[in-house]
Design a protein around this ligand. Structure first.
Ligand SMILES: [Zn+2]
Length: 411
């Protein structure tokens, strides 16, 4: 992609309403724009990152044996009355009546719908177990939307649901999801903590949260640096129960939450199967969520410096940025074009072909955070050299005619 043709708009200053580092950088680098409070558009650069994260999630979920589907965003309120969660959701759930007089809500989550779908398909133990997942938009009328995509009213989630004949099956699938989650967050370039957590509004009896330590996190945990014991900060726990070390307090962003639901939804909504002896039993369920759009903010919180974002390799919107400093110099321009053509077949390359001051181009490059960068300047090129750097690291001078081979080895 040529920057001169790309829909990228960077800002020198973050708008006043932006509070957290990630929110500021997402606005400044033009990943997102606010439509109304708590509702954001993803511009092409932001959408590329979103897609990369989704693909990592798909990859790991598919590898775990889970199957992707897509459930509707429009849900009958009746389902929520039957599960007993209608009151619990209260005004957080966005509701309306359609022209037929049906009471409809915009799905804040999908336990009810998936249980209804499975209820109508599963008859026998022979059809179990399985895990289904989707990547979809959720709606919640938040009292106070904050920190950009961290707490917003419309957001993208990956939600998965496991269906088993018994508790042993659920334990096995729960472990599988736990492992998949660790892979997903590692590939996103995140260091994370896992906590014992309260299942709250979801019901059920066991759950774990995946937390990203970050300055702007809204949740607090206590953490033992020795054995990694992590717990949501509630009672005044000062020392770790495992090794008596002093606990550290950390602010965190919750990015994943997994629950053993048991038979809460299958009992209230009537999802049962015939066991081997013909006895009807409720399906044993688990649910597994990841805040996909919120992950972008979490990644930036952990991967940035004063000047901008530093994208981890797998989520970066581009692999490489080529930056000819003065495009009116014909040698510089030609060297950049040659490199761009040579690398575009194999890599996602952004060519900053804009006729701008070098200082402005380098500032924008720091801000949008493409990890690998080649800078082509007049003076270096006379000595047949170009500059190669990783975002946030030292610059190397490289022979111009060897650069393609070197990048193929590095990117
Ligand atoms: Zn410990």
């Amino acid at each position: 992609m040529r920057w001169s043709e790309a829909f990228i708009s960077t800002l020198k200053e973050a708008p006043e309403q932006a509070e957290s580092a990630s929110h500021k950088l997402m606005l400044r680098s033009g990943l997102i724009r606010m439509l109304i409070s708590g509702v954001y558009s993803y511009l092409p650069l932001g959408f590329k990152v979103l897609r990369n994260i989704e693909n990592i999630i798909r990859d790991e979920m598919d590898n775990s044996g889970a199957q992707e589907l897509l459930l509707p965003g429009l849900q009958p309120v009746d389902l929520w009355l039957r599960s007993g969660r209608d009151d619990l959701m209260g005004q957080t759930m966005i509701r309306f009546e359609d022209r037929r007089g049906r009471k409809i809500c915009l799905g804040p989550t999908h336990e009810e719908v998936i249980t209804e779908v499975v209820r109508n398909q599963v008859r026998s133990y022979k059809q179990l177990p399985f895990i289904l997942y989707q990547i979809q938009t959720k709606y919640r009328d938040e009292i106070r939307p904050r920190f950009g995509v961290i707490r917003s009213c419309e957001f993208i989630m990956k939600d998965a649901y496991s269906f088993d004949i018994d508790k042993e099956g659920l334990d096995k699938n729960y472990k599988k999801m736990f492992e998949a989650y660790k892979n997903i967050f590692s590939r996103c370039g995140l260091s994370f903590l896992t906590t014992e957590a309260d299942s709250g509004v979801m019901g059920g009896d066991e759950s774990n949260e995946f937390m990203i330590p970050a300055e702007s996190g809204e949740d607090r945990v206590v953490h033992c640096p020795n054995c990694d014991f992590t717990k949501i900060k509630g009672e005044n726990l000062l020392h770790c129960p495992n090794c008596k070390k002093k606990l550290e307090e950390k602010t965190v962003i919750e990015v994943g939450h997994i629950f053993k639901l048991g038979t809460k939804y299958s009992e209230s909504l009537g999802a049962s199967f015939a066991a081997g002896n013909g006895e009807l039993k409720p399906i044993v369920m688990g649910c597994y969520g990841i805040g996909v759009s919120r992950l972008i903010a979490a990644i930036i919180e952990q991967n940035h410096d004063q000047s901008g974002i530093i994208w981890p390799k797998e989520v970066s919107p581009y692999d490489l940025l080529i930056s000819p400093l003065n495009v009116s110099n014909i040698e510089v321009k030609e060297a950049a074009e040659k490199l761009y053509n040579g690398l575009s077949l194999k890599f996602k390359v952004l060519l900053d072909d804009r006729d701008e001051r070098p200082g402005a181009k380098l500032k924008d490059a720091d801000l949008i955070g493409i990890p690998l960068r080649v800078i082509i300047g007049e003076k270096n090129l006379k000595e047949k050299k170009v500059e190669l750097s990783r975002r946030g690291q030292d610059v190397e001078l490289i022979d111009a005619d060897k650069i393609i081979e070197i990048i193929k080895a590095k990117a």
